[in-house]
Design a protein around this ligand. Structure first.
Ligand code: HEM
Length: 451
């Protein structure tokens, strides 16, 4: 099955453009050297081949520049030209593990355009790229402050699932270290300020906190002290009930590393807060065998956390295939309560396509100004593959992406359990789209990454 080629214009893997271009030039020069064209052929060369080559080179250069600019924007904004007051907040100018409070105030967001609890659909994140090469990168983009939290018509389901999880396993899903109690209260206060401004038809600010106009819940945050584990836990629980996201706080310790010190992780799908609580950023990823973490991710992530300022926010998306329909915990990879490690090997192989789900997390990172904790939000988008594959271009691009996974990524994402069924289905759907006349050259206009 893997050998069926997806019919699409080739996308040059980023980073290899220069080598590819000079290879092509060499080949071309060699051919030209031994070639004696007729006058007609010469004319053809001048009229057609030469302009095409020129266009190719210009476009290639433009794409490289665009890519470089994007990376520069993100990394430049994280490191360049801080003002004097910002300077003292940078890691280089402070003791590791100590954060002098910043006076930065997160901007009050405009209300979300035409937001409606019943009508606003989840954003269609489709963050996978065409092969043939799969690049492991942090995949960060900047996020505007107003887009910190995304809510949509899935809110009632997420709210219900979260409430059930809190009732069943509060201690396991909401954990706060004493050092993070104050930061947990700070996070809740940030949400209490942000949400009524962004989603005024869902939330109302009250004298003591916030009211959810749909569920009728009212939260009094005035008595939360931010000391002791239980105060922090209450704050994280309230925060978790307000949004669809899972929430994590990472704090720097004197050893210069960031640690998972607070979390309300209710709908994680594939990992358990009890396994990861207290781990450093590196341990969080190496313990789960995240492919190429040391080679491709560690340094960039370390620098990002070290340099992130309160006025910046970054985001990224990932994607997984899941072979059951459970948002909170993918039971196919093992029981959530088993002490043993979870594994794709327990998942049933080649389930029917109706059981395949597309899971994408939209993650954001921002630093809370007072305590300096880094807030990591994880919002899951979850849909049947059969629904996602109806969208133009998606089955072809997803099939190409799945084929591009190296052995390590394929192992991590469990491809061996569902690859055959998935690819056969995606190829069929792609073929149907081609037969009905899908114009592949218009894809970039219709679906810009990550959509
Ligand atoms: C710049 C920030 C980060 C980057 C670039 C990053 C990158 C990744 C990548 C590439 C994976 C593999 C799955 C995927 O494609 O997403 C992963 C998994 C994971 N990440 Fe991160 N991550 C970041 C921040 C964090 C933070 C702050 C936490 C704290 C909870 C975290 C916890 C995890 C966990 C628990 C997993 C699953 C590991 C497992 O399979 O056991 N990550 N991360």
């Amino acid at each position: 099955m893997d050998s069926i080629a997806i019919n699409h214009t080739t996308v040059a893997p980023s980073g290899s453009g220069t080598a590819k271009t000079s290879n092509m030039l060499n080949q071309l020069l060699n051919t030209l050297h031994s070639y004696r064209p007729t006058p007609q052929q010469s004319l053809y060369f001048i009229a057609f081949l030469f302009p095409s080559l020129l266009l190719y080179l210009i476009n290639n250069r433009y794409q490289q520049q665009k890519q470089r600019q994007k990376q520069k924007q993100i990394h430049g904004s994280l490191s360049s030209n801080p003002t004097t007051s910002e300077k003292q907040l940078l890691k280089e100018n402070r003791e590791p593990g100590k954060w002098p409070p910043s006076s930065y105030i997160f901007p009050t967001p405009p209300s979300y355009p035409d937001w409606d609890l019943h009508k606003t659909k989840p954003l269609p994140y489709r963050p996978f790229r065409y092969g043939p090469v799969y690049h492991t990168t942090m995949g960060l983009r900047t996020v505007k402050p107003e887009n910190w939290i995304e809510l949509d018509n899935q809110y009632p389901k997420f709210h219900e699932d979260k409430a059930a999880r809190i009732a069943q396993r509060r201690e396991k899903c909401i954990m706060v270290a004493p050092e993070a109690a104050e930061a947990s209260v700070e996070l809740l206060k940030e949400l209490v300020d942000y949400l009524p401004a962004r989603y005024p038809s869902l939330f109302r600010r009250t004298a003591v906190g916030i009211e959810n106009l749909w569920s009728g819940e009212s939260f009094d945050i005035s008595s939360l002290t931010g000391t002791g584990t239980e105060g922090g836990r209450k704050a994280m629980e309230m925060a978790a009930r307000l949004v669809q996201d899972d929430l994590v706080l990472m704090m720097e310790r004197p050893d210069d590393q960031y640690y998972l010190v607070a979390g309300a992780v209710l709908l994680p799908g594939f990992w358990r807060l009890t396994d990861k609580f207290g781990m450093s950023l590196a341990e969080l990823h190496t313990s789960g065998d995240v492919p190429q973490y040391q080679q491709k991710l560690h340094k960039g992530m370390y620098n990002l956390f070290r340099r992130l300022r309160p006025e910046q926010m970054v985001g990224r998306n990932n994607y997984f295939i899941q072979v059951d329909d459970s948002l909170a915990w993918s039971w196919s990879i093992g029981s959530e309560d088993d002490e043993t490690e979870t594994s794709w090997s327990t998942a049933e192989k080649n389930r029917a396509i109706e059981h395949h789900y597309f899971r994408s997390e939209r993650q954001t990172l921002r630093r809370l100004p007072k305590t300096g904790a880094v807030c990591f939000t994880i919002r899951t988008y979850f849909e049947p593959i059969t629904a996602v594959a109806q969208e133009d271009y998606v089955p072809g691009r997803l099939a190409s992406a799945v084929r591009s996974w190296g052995d390590d990524v394929a192992r991590y994402k469990g491809k061996e359990r569902y690859g055959e069924v998935l690819l056969e289905y995606l190829d069929k759907k792609h073929q149907e789209q081609m037969e009905r006349g899908l114009d592949l050259s218009r894809e970039d206009e219709c679906r810009a990454y990550p959509f």
